[in-house]
Design a protein around this ligand. Structure first.
Ligand code: AMP
Ligand code: ZN
Length: 123
């Protein structure tokens, strides 16, 4: 996948990935960028985003299966690294808001990972 061709210059998460807007980075590889949510709902709250600009989960096709598999398998490892307590007494929540009715505010696919001791600010 050519990620540079799928960069949207008007997208806030593309700007974060490009380093044009600061972020608190969790990790990065060729395909994925992970960073802390600026307005956390839980003691641990970060997001995993594909470096390629994909507007939402609604745009996913079979060609994205490996990318999404990579993101979903990174999530549990990063959750523990970021301070979520181990399963089953700890755990974490994964949320992908999609579209207006799905509560999506930023139109670049992102996988929220939230965890840590209760209570949380939301959810
Ligand atoms: P959603 O409602 O699923 O589209 O979530 C978008 C998330 O992006 C919200 O939880 C925001 O707090 C978060 N967010 C927006 N701008 C930034 C930013 N500059 N850095 C980190 N997180 C951000
Ligand atoms: Zn983008």
């Amino acid at each position: 996948m050519n990620t540079s061709a799928s960069h949207d210059p008007n997208c806030i998460f593309c700007k974060i990935i490009a380093g044009q807007i600061p972020s608190k980075k969790v990790c990065e590889d060729e395909q994925v960028y992970a960073f802390h949510d600026i307005n956390p709902w839980a003691p641990v709250h970060f997001m995993l985003v594909p470096k390629a600009h994909i507007s939402s989960m609604a745009q996913l096709g079979q060609e994205h299966a490996a990318l999404m598999g990579h993101i979903m398998t990174l999530a549990p490892r990063l959750a523990l690294e970021q301070g979520c307590n181990p399963y089953p007494d700890g755990g974490f929540r994964v949320v992908v808001n999609t579209g207006a009715e799905g509560g999506q505010e930023v139109q670049h696919l992102h996988v929220h990972v939230m965890g840590g001791p209760r209570p949380w600010a939301k959810g």
